[in-house]
Design a protein around this ligand. Sequence first.
Ligand code: NAI
Length: 331
Amino acid sequence: AKDPVRVLVTGAAGQIGYALVPMIARGVMLGPDQPVILHMLDIPPAAEALNGVKMELIDAAFPLLKGVVATTDVSEACAGVNVAVMVGGFPRKEGMERKDVMSKNVSIYRSQASALEKHAAPNCKVLVVANPANTNALILKEFAPSIPECNITCLTRLDHNRALGQISERLDVQVCDVKNVIIWGNHSSTQYPDVTHSTVTTKDGEKAVPGLVNDDEWMKGGFIKTVQQRGAAIIKARKLSSALSAASSACDHIRDWVIGTPEGIWVSMGVYSDGSYNVPPGLIYSFPVTCKDGKWSIVQGLSIDEFSRKKMDATAIELADEKALAYSCLN
Ligand code: NAI
C-alpha cells in the first residue's frame, strides 16, 4: 500500500472547504488508491465549526482517510504537508477599499508562506484558491524562497472548466468531448477565455471550435463575458459564491499536476511567468500547460492573433497593478 499523502486545506471551515475535504478523502484529488491525511486550518472564530467538519469526516468513514488534523495553529497545520490548498483568506466586504482587502491578504499569505517554508515537506505543491488568487500566490512565492517557484500555482481551472461548459452547451456536445480552451491571465473579470485553439471530438474526427460555432461575435463577446462573469452569476442565483465547482476544479488542478494531463490535452493553471507569449516575467499568470512527472510546462508555439494579444496584455496590466498594490502593502 502507498504511504499517505498529507494535504493541507486552509479555510477548511468555509464553503469551499466543506465541499473540498470530502472530495480529497474520497480520492478525487489524488486517485482512488492514494491514502491521505487531511490537515485543516482555520482561524479561531471558526474553530468550533472546523471541529464539526472533522467530526463529519470521521462519521463518513472514508477508507482512504488515514488521519485528520484540525487546528488553528499554522505551524501544526503545515507540518509535513505534501500538497497545500490555500482557500483561506480575507473576503472583500461591502464598502471596503481594494487596498484594505489586499493588505489583509498580503499579511495572511506572507505569514502562511513562512510557515510552509519552515514546516511543509520538501517539494510541497501549493495551489492558491483564495482571492486575489494570482497575487496571493505571488506573495506566497516571495516569502517562501526555498519552495521552488514552479511549485506555487493559483486556480484558474474553474474558469477553464466554465469555458468548456459553455462550449458544450452552445454546441450541444458532451463536455468531455471539448478540449484545449485557454484561460489567460488573472482569475478576475479581465481574464481572457480563448477558444481559438480548442477542438471538439466528433464522429468525423477533431473539429475546431471556431468553425463549429461559426459566430465570431459570440466567441469574442457573449462567450467571454459569460465566463468572466460566471462567478457573479452564481452569487446572484445561489446568494453564495461557487463552492462545489471551485472544489471540484481544485481537485482537477492538483490531480492533473501530480498524475499528468492526458495525451493531447492541455489545461489552464496560474503559474510564475517565464516570459512565454511575451507575458511579463514575475507575475503569476494563467497559461495553457501540460503536466508530466509532477511538473507543468507551458504549451509553446500557439499562434496569437491581434484580438488575443490585446486581451492577454490587458489582464497582464491588471496583474502588474495588483502586484504593485500588494508590494505597497508590505511597507
Ligand atoms: P468562506 O468565507 O466560506 O471560507 C473562507 C474560510 O477561510 C473561512 O472559514 C475563514 O474563517 C477562513 N480564513 C480566513 N482567514 C484565514 C486565515 N488567515 N487562515 C486560515 N483560514 C482563514 O469562503 P469560500 O466561499 O470558501 O471561498 C474561499 C476563497 O476562495 C475566497 O477568497 C473566494 O474569493 C475564493 N474563490 C476562488 C475561486 C477561484 O477560482 N480561484 C473560486 C471561488 C472562490
